[in-house]
Design a protein around this ligand. Structure first.
Ligand SMILES: NC(=O)c1ccc[n+]([C@@H]2O[C@H](COP(=O)([O-])OP(=O)(O)OC[C@H]3O[C@@H](n4cnc5c(N)ncnc54)[C@H](OP(=O)(O)O)[C@@H]3O)[C@@H](O)[C@H]2O)c1
Length: 381
């Protein structure tokens, strides 16, 4: 019997990569549900190609305009993410939504006992403890899609958890790795969108240029693997060939290696701990990969990283506030309302004015998210 899959955010970068992966695995998986925010035409094409039973458009009207084929049930509004994630024929949910919008669907899927292949790292950053509790209550599980976290998972699978001493996540360093703080202050949107090694959606591409993404990933790793922040480090590795290292208590270090492609981590998140053929990625060739180099992260040029780590360490509602303020600042930068350097200052100001609360209820997290967005918007004017 094949596994039913829901893809939340099917029209984005991870969503379309997931559909390519699934097209090579028809005997193992079938697409049951698809959702998008507003890309109706693309969603219709995907529904026709996969025969999905449920199709959701967050920013849509549930009328004839949403026609996605005779047999497809359609849904609109934010609830369609939860409907897709908890569909009875779905066993695995690929959460490829960008931003805080993915949180409720992750929680609902875990409560309903599904596997969540999680690309939407913002979910764990905002509410890591709530996610863990939802999984415990409902019997669901999270498997990471992010390449660094997939690399860690591949290194530590089969090892005793207490044997893992330290994780080192790699960062490409983004397009401004060699620029000075003064130069970075005024880079353009087009320059920031030109990532040297990965082809991704706009929000994560900007986060990679500021290194906010790496802070989000450290927080994600903290919740996924249960290690303290002191045991999770980051090194700049411009070639993006090694995705992460795991160090064990005996001093041994394992790394996961491959040419940059999200298709392998997506496939592994679907099949973990099993490995199956045809990941669709080029065979690894060490000579073609060329020299591999490593550098420390430049905190003076990329303050977003420090801000994110501090928020993660503070815990409670602080990571959700960091995430929300960062989302607003990135959007403002993409709309050319703030400069590159201003993004970190917006986030720093919002964090400094937040009274931390314990994040024990989802409503508290969502209220902190709302509050931070309002503050950040005001600071972006
Ligand atoms: N791209 C990568 O290589 C990569 C790697 C690792 C992790 N990730 C993570 O994966 C997630 C998705 O990234 P991406 O690069 O695939 O983003 P993307 O290309 O911008 O795609 C985002 C998807 O989410 C949908 N969406 C946007 N806003 C939404 C909302 N408010 N409610 C519901 N759906 C919404 C979009 O629909 P429309 O098309 O209709 O707008 C689209 O399908 C992010 O959390 C990112 O950090 C991405």
């Amino acid at each position: 019997m094949s596994v039913g899959v829901a893809i939340l955010g099917s029209t984005g970068s991870i969503g379309t990569s997931t559909l390519r992966v699934l097209a090579r695995q028809r005997e193992r998986f079938r697409v049951v549900a698809l959702t998008a925010f507003g890309s109706l035409e693309r969603l219709r094409e995907q529904a026709a190609a996969t025969g999905a039973a449920f199709v959701g458009l967050v920013n849509g009207r549930n009328d004839a305009s949403l026609d996605c084929g005779e047999d497809a049930v359609t849904g609109v509004g934010a609830d369609c993410l939860v409907d897709a994630a908890t569909h009875p024929d779905v066993q695995t949910v690929v959460n490829a939504v960008v931003g805080a919008a993915g949180l409720r669907a992750t929680l609902a899927a875990l409560e309903a006992g599904k596997r969540v292949a999680l690309a939407n790292k913002e979910t764990l950053v905002m509410a890591g403890d709530l996610v863990a509790r939802a999984a415990e209550r409902g019997g669901g599980e999270i498997v990471p899609v992010d390449s660094e976290h997939s690399a860690v998972l591949q290194c530590i699978t089969g090892q005793a958890p207490q044997g893992v001493r330290r994780l080192i996540l790699t960062a490409s360093g983004g397009p401004f790795r060699n620029r000075s703080a003064e130069e970075v202050e005024h880079v353009t949107v087009d320059e920031a969108l030109a990532h040297p090694t990965w082809d991704m959606g706009p929000k994560i591409t900007i986060d990679s240029a500021t290194l906010a993404n790496k802070a989000l990933e450290v927080i994600e790793a903290h919740f996924l693997f249960g290690l303290p922040y002191d045991a999770i480090e980051v090194v700049v590795h411009p070639q993006s060939i090694i995705h992460a290292f795991a160090e064990f208590v005996d001093g041994s270090v394992l790394a996961q290696v491959g040419f940059p492609s999200m298709e392998l981590p997506i496939l592994y998140a679907l099949t973990h701990p099993e490995r199956v053929t045809d990941a669709g990625v080029p065979r690894f060739d060490p000579v073609a990969a060329g020299p591999l180099t490593f550098e420390p992260l430049r905190h003076d040029v990329f303050p977003s990283f420090r801000l994110g780590i501090e928020a993660g360490r503070a815990g409670g509602t602080m990571p959700a506030v960091f995430n929300a303020a960062n989302e607003v600042a990135v959007q403002a930068f993409l709309e050319r309302r703030v400069g590159f350097g201003q993004m970190a200052r917006v986030v720093e100001g919002v964090l400094a004015s937040h009274d931390r609360m314990e994040a024990l209820e989802v409503d508290v997290v969502l209220e902190a998210d709302r509050w931070a967005r309002e503050r950040a918007e005001a600071a972006c004017c």
